[in-house]
Design a protein around this ligand. Sequence first.
Ligand SMILES: *Cc1c(COP(=O)(O)O)cnc(C)c1O
Length: 344
Amino acid sequence: MIRPDIRALAAYAVPDATGMVKLDAMENPFALPEALRLEWAEHLAQVEINRYPDAAMNALRERIAARDGVLPEQILLGNGSDEIIQMLLLAADTGTCVVPQPTFVMYELIARWLKRPTATVPLEADFSLDADKLLRVSAREKAAIVFLACPNNPTGNLWPRESLAQIAANSPGIIVFDEAYQAFCGQTHLDLIAPNVLVLRTFSKLGWAGLRLGYAIGDEDTIKQVNKVRLPYNINSLTQASALFFLDHYDEFARQTQQICSERERLYTALAKLPAIEAFPSQTNFLLVRVNDADAVHQALMHRGILIKNLSATGGLLSGCLRVTIGTREENDSLLTALKEILS
Ligand SMILES: *Cc1c(COP(=O)(O)O)cnc(C)c1O
């Protein structure tokens, strides 16, 4: 009844975080200011919930396109960028999906659902990407699509522009630069867009994880083709209305992003001083650290009410690794205090 390969998969696991300091999912830690929250609620009350959502989403695409300096026809909206990854894998021509390892797990997971063969390119010990190696694997495996998270999750680093430009220029298949953390690093790859090169973005890490809104920016015709596999009404009316409203108040989120970046630097400096921790620099809203016994540290933090992500079971370069999302100043201080106790 069910495909054996689906039966063999584990479902994407999300731990219960009730009552915990939640530093596991790269969410923005700040609540909406009260005044903004009330104004938003009034705005949402105008939505005609008995009607299907705006199917073409021209207003929202125009707003997003204007911010990024592209045409509305270059924007494809998804129910989170996860949905766009799925659309791209559905629409890409026959061939392998190539991803670095380690990277964001959804690329390979969705490729499996769709029975698309995958190949991985191991990162170097310092998490750098060997562009020549990736191009060799892509050629050998007849890559139809390559996903590159820039900066990369879960390693937090950003590969140099020259390597990425080299990959874009020498790949016949689709190249996706996933800029989920663009706001935390400043670097963009929009200028590399070509018929086979797309950029992926999301509002999740910026403070709207609950809305589920991501988008692809690409060449007009490529977007037109991929749009054919988008489910009608994929972005619900409340999300559309909320996004239009929040884009008018973007300053607030930009301020929060700045605060998260300065907290990241403060936390990195403090963690790097702890002898039992190897901390890796990050261009995102999280930090990757390596410890001697990741399972024990993860458990001990849980007992102190702090939830982070344990990546150690992935093995390879991630052996002993934990990923912590940057929280508020108070949350980061709790984490630091707890880690000092646990590791002393
Ligand atoms: C979080 C994340 C996403 C998924 O974002 P959604 O828009 O919430 O689906 C995509 N890519 C990377 C690299 C991420 O870390």
